[in-house]
Design a protein around this ligand. Structure first.
Ligand SMILES: NC(=O)c1ccc[n+]([C@@H]2O[C@H](COP(=O)([O-])OP(=O)(O)OC[C@H]3O[C@@H](n4cnc5c(N)ncnc54)[C@H](O)[C@@H]3O)[C@@H](O)[C@H]2O)c1
Length: 347
């Protein structure tokens, strides 16, 4: 298995530890959401680190294409399974990464009940499995737990501004429940838990049609369409390249820190400036058009990563220019069919 040329590979001073890890045995890790964007990159990373990787996914938003290169490997297994139902895997488990969940608004607005279930029932199932197997579990939370934040940039101490009954509530509240449940298993059962709050991440294997602004703009440029901006484009986002995120996840999993940690790129940009950047990158002659802002769309998003820097010695290394170039080349390499595929259908 060749290395994915990770520009954010671990620095030599970072020494991962897990007390009690079975000595002399290849550690085993269960990764849920393995066929998705982030899950598939995590599978790559842990295979490269010498783990036995068990991927699990019900393929509701994921695609087996993302992990087909792993299927033939001796140390990779795949279970097609919905983690909102009872989860069992035979044998020992050292680590669990719970990354199964629809992640883009276009998905979770169409499948709100599954979204609520995977981060509530699914999290409970995986915490139970971690307890039985004495495994350390890391759950994928999100910057969406801060809702439409009134504090900027967002630190982990900020409790958020979420509308529980708004359209995005199904995702945001499910993730907030996930964090609460995870912390309860830690305090009540003494389980080794880790919580990561992920901010917007991008890179190869994102779906062009997942409704998020970065693939949406690049897809429009590649198809020769105008770039659709919501509102006046003054809302901000900050984009983290996937290799940086994966390194942050790895470091948090191997740390002994149980409180939530923000991982994201604090370099903020307005959507309008971002659209202009994409026009320059792709050389498209299309223009930017404006549509009304969706309900509860966050106006500002920027992580405070002081905690990640102090505790994990982590900060992003890949510039937006570098990351966008790699991602654009990936999207350019897709077939015409992929380029014109409309959003996922769930019926
Ligand atoms: N991509 C981001 O910028 C971002 C930001 C914040 C948080 N996250 C979190 O990271 C995780 C992965 O996000 P992603 O961007 O890779 O999304 P994705 O949609 O590409 O991947 C999610 C995967 O989970 C699978 N899945 C969903 N429900 C499932 C279930 N009940 N049982 C088994 N598998 C199921 C899907 O089929 C898919 O393969 C999610 O938990 C998401 O909330 C992602």
């Amino acid at each position: 298995m060749k290395n994915n040329n990770n520009p954010a590979s671990p620095s030599p001073e970072f020494i991962p530890t897990k007390e009690g890890e079975r000595v002399g045995v290849r550690p085993q890790i269960l990764i849920t959401g393995a066929a998705g964007f982030l899950g598939s990159h995590l599978c790559d990373r842990f295979i490269n680190e010498g783990y036995h990787v068990i991927g699990m996914d019900n393929l509701i938003t994921g695609d087996l294409k993302n992990i087909e290169h792993l299927m033939k490997l001796e140390h990779f297994e795949f279970y097609h399974h919905d983690v909102s139902k009872f989860v069992f895997v035979p044998g020992e488990l050292d680590y669990i990464l719970h990354f199964a969940s629809p992640a883009s608004p276009i998905d979770y607005l169409k499948i709100p009940i599954q979204t609520l279930k995977v981060s509530s029932l699914g999290t409970h199932n995986l915490l139970g499995l971690a307890k039985v197997k004495k495994a350390r579990i890391l759950v994928a939370s999100t910057s969406e737990v801060y809702g439409d934040p009134l504090v900027h940039p967002q630190t982990e101490e900020y409790w958020g501004n979420v509308n529980p009954v708004g359209p995005r509530g199904v995702y945001d509240e499910a993730k907030r429940f996930m964090e609460a449940m995870t912390m309860a298993y830690h305090t009540y059962h003494g389980l080794e838990t880790r919580i990561i709050r992920i901010f917007n991440t991008y890179g190869p294997r994102m779906r062009l049609n997942d409704g998020r602004v970065l693939p949406a703009f690049i897809g429009q440029a590649l198809r020769g369409e105008d770039l659709t901006m919501f509102g006046d484009g003054s809302q901000t986002r900050s984009f983290c390249y996937v290799d940086d995120l994966i390194e942050g996840i790895y470091r948090l999993l191997m740390s002994d820190y149980v409180q939530p940690v923000n991982i994201g790129n604090p370099q903020e940009i307005t959507i309008k400036e971002f659209a202009e950047e994409i026009i320059k990158l792709t050389g498209t002659s299309q223009k930017i058009i404006s549509k009304p802002l969706p309900q509860d769309d966050p106006k500002q998003r920027k992580p405070d990563i002081t905690r990640a820097k102090e505790i994990l010695g982590w900060e992003p290394k890949v510039s937006r220019a570098q990351g966008l170039k790699i991602t654009y080349n990936y999207f350019k390499s897709l077939s015409k069919e992929e380029l014109y595929k409309t959003a996922h259908r769930f019926d």
